[in-house]
Design a protein around this ligand. Structure first.
Ligand code: UFG
Length: 352
């Protein structure tokens, strides 16, 4: 019988791509989202991203609910009224800069929200969780590649990163408290790109903080130029290096996690990197984008962005060994799919 998955934050960028993957692999999916980073058009019952996901999958969600993890009663009712096998938890605020200005909102949403979710899960004896964590938990690394056994939390540079670390601490303690729990904490590196259809993709509701959506908005003419934050890093071309991962590889990683979390092997807390193991500089991303898509990206090198680190890339071996997963798409695919989405949907999910 198909398993039922509760997906929190399922209308967002990573969430919507994963929901599509789950529907295509015969899972029943219940989505809850507070619409903080999603578009719901007038007279529609669901966010636009999920309407498109259903169309692409040719399958309906079991249920869509608008609501917030800060509301304990709301979450309790979801578990009381539905049979749920596994929870995949994406819902969180995710802007590094905003988190410095609004730490309480970040801790309340990301940490307290997760604790509420866990309390409802415990009450209903749902003890399988896949958590959307981040490479940011490693902070400013002393050694590369980043392997799961390295210390985390100590050098996080902002409240967003610390909130992800704090949730991991909570999850570890919870797993220690009872052998029932199976938790996978998937530490994403830098997810970019879009589904191959170009019908779903990343749609930041404000000025993008992240590189790829900024690049695509420059390419489509919404913004005049890209600012490269720092040209004097200790890297081959002076710009920051990150491990970018195609969103479809990321969603496939979640599928593998879902397929396995119910086995005994996954009892307890398991952090797993989802990255490619290969770093690209900002200038390499720009030149690949230009050659993949035949568009020019005007840019200017400006000061470093506070809190940025020089270089990050994953040791991706554990995901391969334990989940049988590796990233298969390269930077060319990431840039081509990001541009397909943006050029097909210049205003994202909004209609004019
Ligand atoms: N960059 C620019 N100009 C921009 C935006 C970014 O030059 O307008 C540069 C950054 O300085 C960095 C690189 O592009 O060198 C990537 O920056 P992003 O903002 O896209 O991503 P970050 O690596 O800063 O952070 C992202 C997510 C975090 C996550 C982290 C994990 O935003 O949520 O990856 O590695 F935790």
């Amino acid at each position: 019988m198909s398993k039922t998955i509760l997906v929190t934050g399922g209308a967002g960028y990573v969430g919507s791509h994963c929901v599509l993957e789950f529907l295509q692999h015969n899972y029943n999916v219940i989505v809850v989202d507070n619409l903080v980073n999603a578009v719901k058009l007038e007279n529609q019952e669901m966010p636009e991203s999920l309407i498109r996901v259903e169309r692409l999958a040719n399958k309906k969600l079991e249920k869509y609910l608008t609501g917030d993890l800060k509301d304990q009663q709301f979450i309790d009712e979801i578990f009381a009224n539905n049979h749920i096998d596994i929870v995949v938890h994406f819902a969180a605020l995710k802007s590094v800069g905003e988190s410095v200005a609004k730490p309480l909102e970040y801790y309340e949403n990301n940490v307290s929200g997760t604790i509420n979710l866990l309390k409802s899960m415990r009450k209903s004896k749902v003890t399988k969780l896949i958590f959307s964590s981040s490479a940011t938990v490693y902070g400013d690394p002393e050694v590369l590649p980043l392997v799961e056994t390295l210390p985390t939390g100590q050098t996080c540079t902002n409240p967003y990163g610390r909130s992800k670390h704090m949730v991991e601490v909570v999850l570890k303690d919870l797993c220690k408290s009872s052998p029932e729990w199976s938790v996978m904490s998937l530490r994403y590196f830098n997810p970019v790109g879009a589904h191959s259809s170009g019908d779903i993709g990343e749609d930041p509701q404000e000025i993008p903080n992240n590189l790829m959506p900024f690049v695509t908005q420059v390419a489509v003419g919404m913004r005049p130029e890209l600012k490269i934050f720092g040209g004097d890093y200790n890297t081959p071309d002076g710009t920051g290096v990150r491990d970018y991962i195609h969103i479809e590889d990321l969603s496939n990683g979640h599928l593998k996690a879902l397929e396995q979390i119910t086995t005994e092997l996954w009892k307890d807390f398991h952090p797993i990197n989802l990255g490619t193991g290969r770093g690209y500089s900002v200038l390499e991303v720009i030149s690949t984008f230009e050659s993949a898509n035949g568009v020019k990206i005007p840019y200017k090198i400006v000061d470093r962005r506070p809190g940025d680190v020089t270089e990050l890339y994953a040791d991706a071996k554990l995901a391969n060994e334990k989940l049988g997963w590796t990233a298969t798409r390269d930077m060319y695919d990431m840039c081509a799919s990001a541009w397909k989405w943006q050029s097909k949907n210049p205003k994202g999910y909004k209609r004019d």
